[in-house]
Design a protein around this ligand. Structure first.
Ligand code: EAX
Length: 325
């Protein structure tokens, strides 16, 4: 082979290697408990599309919806260990890893979606996101689960008295359990992937979740009553393992954060849409919906739990969040 031909094929080979290296794709595993056709699936789909666009295909997601990788606590643990790259999770079990998130799980803390979103998108929310690295986790962005409502198979719940002695599944979250105890119920912490069967078999009488989850996980097919009490706002999070985040260049970290912002907007829009169309679907399935609820009576009944919260989080901090306009 002539030296010029040898040189030309060497250049080609190097070029080829170069483009292969450039195009090497990293596939990131992401898990969540809702289906793909949900507020979480919307966030994952949009995040994934934006990642591919902003990194020229060098990063893409492999999704594991419907608890395929286990419950939320299990998945957060796996992300902390680095055996899973990413998770979309409610703050439900996250307080066990990053206690600072628990303050947002206080019932009746937020007036409405605008209030909650303003707090999470602001300095108070950012301050909490900054606590995650110290616990071996990267909080890429807040996401949204929604305001939680109670469903059950025993009786229509129009006031706290109806909850007396009722076995209500809660997330693995001591703030929520404190509240349901104060309401007279028997809080039963359980991972999401055990819930549907437990309701079907009557292991628990009821549960509480936002409309998007009641729809996505078809909980309305195994419950007779829904009370729209909106007793607590449920934030969610997009978390990433330190090992996967640590491998990103500064430019790619910026791309991930930009993609996350767009995913958050899509996630919140889906929550809004589910709230609008969800009640009709649930009623259509024969569930009796209680939509006239005297919230003040629930707030009064839960007041003893607030004494515990004030001790744990500080009454000033709680008031600071409540006062955000
Ligand atoms: O994050 O476990 C729950 O009730 C959560 O709301 C659900 O997994 C979505």
């Amino acid at each position: 082979m002539k030296p010029s031909q040898l040189f030309a094929s060497l250049i080609c080979a190097l070029g080829l290697i170069g483009s292969v290296v450039a195009q090497a794709q990293t596939v990131l595993k992401i898990g969540y408990t809702a289906t793909n056709d949900s507020h979480y699936g919307t966030a994952a789909n949009v995040f994934g599309e934006e990642l591919v666009k902003r990194t020229n295909g060098r990063y893409k997601l492999q999704q594991f919806p419907s608890s395929a990788l286990g419950g939320e606590r299990e998945m957060v643990e796996a992300v902390q260990l680095g055996s899973q790259d990413m998770v979309i999770t409610s703050t439900g079990p996250v307080g066990n890893f990053v206690p600072d998130t628990r303050v947002f799980d206080i019932p009746f803390l937020f007036r409405d979606y605008a209030h909650a979103r303003k707090v999470l998108d602001g300095p108070i929310g950012n301050e909490v996101l900054a606590k995650f690295p110290a616990k071996g986790l990267v909080a890429v962005t807040w996401l949204e689960n929604g305001f939680r409502h109670i469903t059950n198979n025993k009786q229509p719940i129009t006031g706290p008295e109806n909850l007396k002695g009722m076995k209500i599944r809660t997330m693995e979250n001591k703030v929520h359990m404190e509240a349901f105890k104060a309401l007279g119920a028997l809080p039963t912490p359980m991972a999401m992937n055990e819930l549907f069967t437990s309701l079907q078999q009557g292991t628990v009488d009821g549960q509480e979740n936002p409309i998007p989850v009641i729809l996505s996980n078809k909980l309305y097919t195994v419950q007779k009553y829904l009370t729209l009490d909106g007793h607590v706002y449920s934030p969610a999070l997009l978390l990433m393992s330190e090992s996967a985040w640590g491998k990103l260049s500064e430019a790619d970290k910026k791309a991930f954060l930009e993609a996350a912002k767009i995913a958050l907007a899509a996630n919140r829009k889906r929550v809004n849409d589910d709230e609008v169309k969800g009640i009709a679907i649930i009623k259509g399935a024969g569930v009796r919906v209680v939509d006239k609820v005297d919230i003040a009576r629930f707030q009064t009944a839960v007041a003893p739990a607030y004494t515990v919260y004030a001790k744990e989080f500080g009454a000033d901090r709680i008031k600071k969040i409540q006062d955000v306009k």
